[in-house]
Write a protein that binds this ligand. Structure first.
Ligand code: ADP
Ligand code: ASP
Ligand code: MG
Length: 407
């Protein structure tokens, strides 16, 4: 069982979570519990690091931001003990959850022995999500939203029947239910669809957690901590038939405001200039996402537009400015007021016209497209950020995803 930040925000809510854990255990199940920091706490801790220094050591960042989950795991253990349950917290280093790297550390392995012993003794282990440890004993964190990955990794390590992700919505919807009230809850989605949805911005599950669940075949269920409702199963292709549902061409719409656009004007149109732009960015570990290049009808210069995560914008600008002469571009323009909106669905593989429908729907509302990218099961467009809600709603309706009016 994993509980997100909203579910852990304050003693009242932690008490409610403890009640859900108690119910699970009393139903005869063995449960391990992974918790997030209280809502807003990780943001607050990240902000402290930024204020302390504009460039901070990732090792020390991890020391600071991992602390939020330590607090909630201890509080939940205390609360469960107060209800007469045999609960105890175990920090990442006590299991251990072995990782490499800092700030977005990778899980290398989890020793299941401690958890198995706790299960054998009829106990409940409460584990801080988001955190791991390096072989040298340094605390690490798994990247924002990483408690989902902690939960799936632990579920895989103990070969759990399933990994229940309790959050502040009651499942995975056709789009973010907070911006489209007529979004529909999906009874089930495949790992593949969820992976694509998460990677283009549906933050209900961290992308890495879905990839891990897919590789380790861990059935994941997303459900509400606040309402007793069925939730959404995230399962393999082979199991999707068990769910009585109509498969739609498009599974869902997602948006990501965390992208920044860069445009280089006057880039020499010759072999090697594009490589000269992207090679140094790749070397710096910057993930370039969408790319558009204009091809000159005459003359020798083209424009090159692409996106990077907003957090990498300053670094990207510095790298390119330094190489301005070597690359030979005129101007470097940037824009952070953009959003990437994507439609995802495995049905796209066998259906033409999904992208055209998207462009038409956006055109109908006068929304200009700045960049486009596609994959086998996804179409994404970059548009001005001010149109986020309008675009998501229009596409949701256009692909026939709106729920019936419930009044
Ligand atoms: P937690 O703190 O529990 O980890 P998150 O805030 O990380 O919760 O994720 C839950 C949020 O994800 C929801 O409140 C919702 O606004 C957002 N979300 C975005 N896309 C979707 C979607 N397709 N289905 C459900 N929730 C979504
Ligand atoms: N507390 C961490 C974050 O806000 C991890 C998580 O909640 O999943 O990113
Ligand atoms: Mg989350």
């Amino acid at each position: 069982m994993k509980f997100g930040g909203t579910s852990m925000a304050g003693i009242e809510r932690i008490r409610h979570v403890a009640g859900l854990v108690k119910r699970e255990v009393e139903a005869g199940n063995q449960a391990a519990v992974v918790v997030s920091a209280m809502a807003g706490e990780t943001d607050r801790l990240v902000q402290f690091c930024r204020e302390a220094s504009s460039v901070y050591d990732p090792r020390e960042y991890d020391v600071v931001v991992a602390s939020g989950e330590q607090v909630t795991s201890g509080l939940l253990a205390i609360t469960l003990q107060g209800m007469g349950l045999n609960a105890r917290s175990y920090m990442g280093w006590q299991l251990p959850i072995m990782t490499s790297g800092h700030a977005a550390a990778l899980i290398e392995g989890i020793d299941a022995q401690v958890l198995e012993r706790v299960f054998d003794e009829g106990g409940i282990a409460v584990i801080p999500g988001f955190q791991g440890v390096t072989p040298a004993g340094d605390v690490t964190t798994l990247g924002r939203g990483g408690s989902d990955t902690s939960a799936v990794a632990l579920a895989a390590a103990v070969k759990a029947d399933c990994c229940d992700i309790y959050t502040d919505v009651d499942g995975v919807y056709t789009t973010d239910p907070r911006i489209v009230p007529r979004a529909r809850k999906l009874p089930a989605v495949t790992y593949e669809e969820m992976l694509e949805l998460a990677s283009v911005g549906a933050k209900v599950l961290q992308t890495r957690s879905v990839g891990l669940a897919m590789r380790e075949k861990v059935p994941v269920r997303v459900l509400s901590s606040f309402e007793d409702r069925p939730g959404t199963w995230v399962v393999g292709d082979d199991r999707i038939g068990e769910f009585d549902m109509e498969r739609q061409l498009i599974t869902g719409i997602a948006y990501d405001k965390n992208e920044a656009r860069l445009t280089l004007t006057g880039v020499p149109h010759r072999a090697g200039s594009v490589a000269a732009v992207f090679a140094p960015l790749a070397e710096a570990g910057i993930n370039v996402d969408m790319i558009v290049q204009s091809v000159p009808r005459e003359g020798q210069e083209s424009d090159l537009t692409f996106t990077v995560p907003t957090a990498s914008l300053a670094h990207s600008k510095a790298i390119l400015a330094e190489r301005r002469e070597a690359i030979g571009f005129d101007e470097l323009l940037t824009d952070t007021n953009v959003v990437k909106v994507s439609a995802v669905g495995v049905g796209m593989r066998s259906n033409a016209g999904i992208a055209a429908q998207m462009f038409e729907a956006l055109a109908g509302r006068g929304i200009n497209i700045l960049a486009i990218s596609t994959s086998e099961i996804k179409v994404s467009v970059l548009i001005p950020e001010e149109y986020t809600e309008l675009a998501v709603r229009v596409l949701h309706t256009s692909y026939g995803l709106d729920a019936e009016e419930t009044g």
